[in-house]
Design a protein around this ligand. Structure first.
Ligand code: ATP
Length: 233
Protein backbone atom coordinates (compact mmCIF):
# COMPACT_ATOMS: atom_id res chain seq x y z
CA UNK A 1 0.00 0.00 0.00
CA UNK A 2 2.79 2.42 0.98
CA UNK A 3 6.31 1.98 -0.33
CA UNK A 4 9.01 4.42 0.72
CA UNK A 5 12.36 4.00 -1.04
CA UNK A 6 15.72 5.59 -0.26
CA UNK A 7 14.46 8.94 0.97
CA UNK A 8 16.82 11.62 2.29
CA UNK A 9 15.27 14.66 3.96
CA UNK A 10 17.09 17.82 5.04
CA UNK A 11 16.26 20.90 7.08
CA UNK A 12 18.78 23.28 5.52
CA UNK A 13 22.12 21.70 6.35
CA UNK A 14 20.65 19.20 8.83
CA UNK A 15 20.38 15.73 7.32
CA UNK A 16 17.40 14.43 9.33
CA UNK A 17 16.45 11.28 7.35
CA UNK A 18 19.14 9.15 5.74
CA UNK A 19 18.47 6.57 3.02
CA UNK A 20 15.26 5.34 4.62
CA UNK A 21 13.21 2.58 2.97
CA UNK A 22 10.18 0.83 4.44
CA UNK A 23 6.75 -0.38 3.42
CA UNK A 24 3.27 -0.86 4.85
CA UNK A 25 0.96 -3.55 3.45
CA UNK A 26 -2.82 -3.34 3.43
CA UNK A 27 -4.32 -4.29 6.81
CA UNK A 28 -1.06 -3.98 8.76
CA UNK A 29 -0.11 -1.92 11.77
CA UNK A 30 3.50 -0.85 11.25
CA UNK A 31 5.44 1.17 13.79
CA UNK A 32 8.50 3.39 13.58
CA UNK A 33 10.15 3.66 16.99
CA UNK A 34 13.17 5.60 18.14
CA UNK A 35 14.41 8.22 20.56
CA UNK A 36 13.80 11.99 20.37
CA UNK A 37 15.16 13.43 17.16
CA UNK A 38 15.57 10.06 15.40
CA UNK A 39 13.60 11.39 12.42
CA UNK A 40 10.21 9.74 12.95
CA UNK A 41 8.06 12.85 12.52
CA UNK A 42 10.14 13.98 9.56
CA UNK A 43 9.37 10.69 7.80
CA UNK A 44 5.61 11.03 8.40
CA UNK A 45 5.63 14.64 7.20
CA UNK A 46 7.46 13.58 4.05
CA UNK A 47 4.92 10.84 3.34
CA UNK A 48 1.98 13.20 3.92
CA UNK A 49 3.43 15.86 1.62
CA UNK A 50 4.36 18.49 4.23
CA UNK A 51 8.10 18.04 3.52
CA UNK A 52 9.96 17.00 0.36
CA UNK A 53 12.65 14.38 0.16
CA UNK A 54 15.74 15.15 -1.90
CA UNK A 55 16.03 11.63 -3.26
CA UNK A 56 14.05 8.41 -3.60
CA UNK A 57 10.33 7.87 -3.95
CA UNK A 58 7.11 7.59 -1.98
CA UNK A 59 4.51 5.34 -3.61
CA UNK A 60 0.98 5.09 -2.23
CA UNK A 61 -1.60 2.79 -3.84
CA UNK A 62 0.66 2.35 -6.86
CA UNK A 63 1.04 6.11 -7.51
CA UNK A 64 4.15 8.17 -6.90
CA UNK A 65 3.06 10.87 -4.42
CA UNK A 66 6.46 12.54 -4.03
CA UNK A 67 5.90 16.27 -4.61
CA UNK A 68 2.09 16.01 -4.50
CA UNK A 69 0.69 18.70 -2.12
CA UNK A 70 -0.64 17.51 1.25
CA UNK A 71 -4.31 18.42 0.60
CA UNK A 72 -4.30 16.28 -2.55
CA UNK A 73 -2.62 13.36 -0.79
CA UNK A 74 -5.39 13.35 1.83
CA UNK A 75 -8.00 13.03 -0.94
CA UNK A 76 -6.23 9.87 -2.09
CA UNK A 77 -6.84 8.23 1.27
CA UNK A 78 -3.83 9.00 3.42
CA UNK A 79 -4.50 10.90 6.66
CA UNK A 80 -2.12 12.03 9.40
CA UNK A 81 -2.79 12.69 13.07
CA UNK A 82 -0.02 15.15 13.90
CA UNK A 83 2.19 15.13 16.96
CA UNK A 84 0.58 17.36 19.59
CA UNK A 85 -2.89 16.75 18.07
CA UNK A 86 -3.33 20.24 16.52
CA UNK A 87 -7.11 20.26 17.00
CA UNK A 88 -8.87 23.52 16.17
CA UNK A 89 -9.03 24.88 19.71
CA UNK A 90 -11.76 27.50 19.19
CA UNK A 91 -14.14 25.13 17.43
CA UNK A 92 -16.48 22.58 18.93
CA UNK A 93 -15.78 18.86 18.86
CA UNK A 94 -18.31 18.36 16.07
CA UNK A 95 -16.96 21.26 14.00
CA UNK A 96 -13.47 19.74 14.25
CA UNK A 97 -14.83 16.43 12.99
CA UNK A 98 -16.67 18.13 10.14
CA UNK A 99 -13.40 19.83 9.13
CA UNK A 100 -11.82 16.37 8.94
CA UNK A 101 -14.44 15.41 6.38
CA UNK A 102 -13.67 18.28 4.02
CA UNK A 103 -12.67 15.93 1.20
CA UNK A 104 -15.92 13.91 1.45
CA UNK A 105 -19.25 14.69 -0.23
CA UNK A 106 -21.74 16.44 2.09
CA UNK A 107 -23.99 13.38 2.19
CA UNK A 108 -21.19 11.34 3.85
CA UNK A 109 -20.59 13.69 6.78
CA UNK A 110 -23.44 12.52 9.04
CA UNK A 111 -22.75 8.79 8.54
CA UNK A 112 -19.05 9.56 9.14
CA UNK A 113 -19.86 11.36 12.38
CA UNK A 114 -21.95 8.42 13.56
CA UNK A 115 -19.04 6.03 12.95
CA UNK A 116 -16.61 8.24 14.84
CA UNK A 117 -19.08 8.62 17.72
CA UNK A 118 -19.48 4.83 17.87
CA UNK A 119 -15.72 4.48 18.26
CA UNK A 120 -15.40 7.43 20.66
CA UNK A 121 -18.59 7.74 22.77
CA UNK A 122 -16.78 10.38 24.84
CA UNK A 123 -16.69 12.67 21.81
CA UNK A 124 -20.41 12.22 21.27
CA UNK A 125 -21.10 13.29 24.86
CA UNK A 126 -18.98 16.36 24.25
CA UNK A 127 -19.93 17.17 20.70
CA UNK A 128 -20.86 20.78 21.54
CA UNK A 129 -17.84 21.42 23.78
CA UNK A 130 -15.08 23.79 22.62
CA UNK A 131 -12.07 21.62 21.72
CA UNK A 132 -9.63 23.81 23.66
CA UNK A 133 -11.36 22.81 26.90
CA UNK A 134 -10.97 19.04 26.33
CA UNK A 135 -8.42 17.02 28.31
CA UNK A 136 -5.27 15.79 26.55
CA UNK A 137 -6.70 12.30 26.08
CA UNK A 138 -9.94 13.68 24.68
CA UNK A 139 -8.01 15.93 22.30
CA UNK A 140 -6.08 12.87 21.08
CA UNK A 141 -9.39 11.06 20.47
CA UNK A 142 -10.66 14.12 18.61
CA UNK A 143 -7.54 14.29 16.42
CA UNK A 144 -7.94 10.59 15.59
CA UNK A 145 -11.67 10.99 14.93
CA UNK A 146 -11.02 14.02 12.71
CA UNK A 147 -8.55 11.99 10.62
CA UNK A 148 -11.04 9.09 10.35
CA UNK A 149 -13.62 11.52 8.91
CA UNK A 150 -11.60 11.55 5.68
CA UNK A 151 -12.18 7.77 5.46
CA UNK A 152 -8.48 7.02 5.08
CA UNK A 153 -7.06 3.86 3.55
CA UNK A 154 -3.91 4.51 5.59
CA UNK A 155 -3.92 6.35 8.91
CA UNK A 156 -0.63 7.76 10.20
CA UNK A 157 -0.43 8.50 13.92
CA UNK A 158 2.43 10.63 15.29
CA UNK A 159 3.05 9.87 18.98
CA UNK A 160 -0.54 9.39 20.11
CA UNK A 161 0.57 8.56 23.67
CA UNK A 162 2.56 11.75 24.17
CA UNK A 163 1.83 13.50 27.45
CA UNK A 164 -0.96 11.11 28.49
CA UNK A 165 -1.35 9.33 31.83
CA UNK A 166 -0.81 5.53 31.63
CA UNK A 167 -4.52 4.72 31.82
CA UNK A 168 -5.24 7.00 28.89
CA UNK A 169 -2.34 5.53 26.93
CA UNK A 170 -4.00 2.11 27.41
CA UNK A 171 -7.31 3.53 26.14
CA UNK A 172 -5.72 5.08 23.06
CA UNK A 173 -3.97 1.82 22.22
CA UNK A 174 -7.22 -0.11 22.70
CA UNK A 175 -8.77 2.21 20.14
CA UNK A 176 -5.84 1.62 17.77
CA UNK A 177 -6.50 -2.14 18.10
CA UNK A 178 -10.21 -1.61 17.40
CA UNK A 179 -9.46 0.49 14.31
CA UNK A 180 -7.04 -2.19 13.10
CA UNK A 181 -9.64 -4.94 13.63
CA UNK A 182 -12.10 -2.84 11.63
CA UNK A 183 -9.66 -3.00 8.71
CA UNK A 184 -7.78 0.32 8.94
CA UNK A 185 -4.13 0.17 7.92
CA UNK A 186 -1.98 2.12 10.38
CA UNK A 187 1.51 3.61 10.41
CA UNK A 188 2.32 4.47 14.01
CA UNK A 189 5.22 6.61 15.22
CA UNK A 190 5.97 6.22 18.91
CA UNK A 191 8.53 6.78 21.63
CA UNK A 192 6.54 4.36 23.77
CA UNK A 193 8.16 1.31 22.17
CA UNK A 194 6.53 -1.19 24.52
CA UNK A 195 3.00 -0.17 23.59
CA UNK A 196 3.76 0.39 19.93
CA UNK A 197 5.42 -3.01 19.43
CA UNK A 198 2.63 -4.75 21.30
CA UNK A 199 0.04 -3.60 18.72
CA UNK A 200 2.27 -3.69 15.64
CA UNK A 201 2.55 -6.46 13.07
CA UNK A 202 5.98 -5.10 12.16
CA UNK A 203 8.33 -2.39 13.35
CA UNK A 204 11.37 -0.40 12.30
CA UNK A 205 13.85 1.00 14.82
CA UNK A 206 15.37 4.37 13.95
CA UNK A 207 18.55 5.94 15.26
CA UNK A 208 19.70 9.41 14.14
CA UNK A 209 17.88 9.27 10.84
CA UNK A 210 18.64 5.66 9.90
CA UNK A 211 16.79 2.35 10.25
CA UNK A 212 18.97 0.10 12.41
CA UNK A 213 16.68 -2.89 13.04
CA UNK A 214 13.44 -4.27 11.67
CA UNK A 215 11.24 -7.25 12.48
CA UNK A 216 7.84 -8.33 13.68
CA UNK A 217 6.46 -6.53 16.72
CA UNK A 218 6.80 -9.73 18.76
CA UNK A 219 10.42 -10.29 17.68
CA UNK A 220 11.45 -6.71 18.41
CA UNK A 221 9.89 -6.94 21.89
CA UNK A 222 12.30 -9.84 22.54
CA UNK A 223 15.33 -8.30 20.80
CA UNK A 224 18.13 -7.70 23.32
CA UNK A 225 19.37 -4.41 21.83
CA UNK A 226 15.81 -3.07 21.54
CA UNK A 227 15.07 -4.13 25.12
CA UNK A 228 18.18 -2.39 26.38
CA UNK A 229 17.70 0.85 24.46
CA UNK A 230 13.91 1.28 24.42
CA UNK A 231 12.19 -1.08 26.83
CA UNK A 232 14.09 -0.30 30.01
CA UNK A 233 15.54 -3.78 30.31
P1 ATP B 1 10.52 13.39 18.50
O1 ATP B 1 10.16 12.06 19.02
O2 ATP B 1 11.27 14.21 19.49
O3 ATP B 1 9.41 14.12 17.82
P2 ATP B 1 11.49 12.52 15.93
O4 ATP B 1 12.10 11.18 15.86
O5 ATP B 1 10.11 12.68 15.43
O6 ATP B 1 11.64 13.10 17.39
P3 ATP B 1 12.15 14.63 14.09
O7 ATP B 1 11.19 15.62 14.68
O8 ATP B 1 11.81 14.01 12.81
O9 ATP B 1 12.48 13.49 15.13
O10 ATP B 1 13.58 15.35 13.98
C1 ATP B 1 14.70 14.75 13.31
C2 ATP B 1 15.86 15.75 13.31
O11 ATP B 1 15.54 16.88 12.51
C3 ATP B 1 16.22 16.29 14.69
O12 ATP B 1 17.62 16.43 14.76
C4 ATP B 1 15.54 17.64 14.72
O13 ATP B 1 16.24 18.54 15.55
C5 ATP B 1 15.61 18.07 13.27
N1 ATP B 1 14.49 18.94 12.92
C6 ATP B 1 13.18 18.65 13.02
N2 ATP B 1 12.42 19.69 12.58
C7 ATP B 1 13.28 20.66 12.21
C8 ATP B 1 13.14 21.98 11.67
N3 ATP B 1 11.91 22.48 11.43
N4 ATP B 1 14.25 22.69 11.44
C9 ATP B 1 15.48 22.16 11.67
N5 ATP B 1 15.70 20.93 12.16
C10 ATP B 1 14.62 20.18 12.42
Amino acid sequence: MLDVKDINVYYGAIHAVKDISFHVDEGEVVTLIGANGAGKSTILKTVSGLLRSRTGSVTFLESNIGGVPAHKIISRGLAQVPEGRAVFLQMTVEENLEMGGFTRPGSEIDPGLEKVYDLFPRLKERRRQIAGTLSGGEQQMLAMGRALMSKPRLLMLDEPSMGLAPILVEQIFDIIRTMHQAGTTILLVEQNAQMALSVADRGYVLETGRIVTTGTGADLLEDESVKKAYLGG
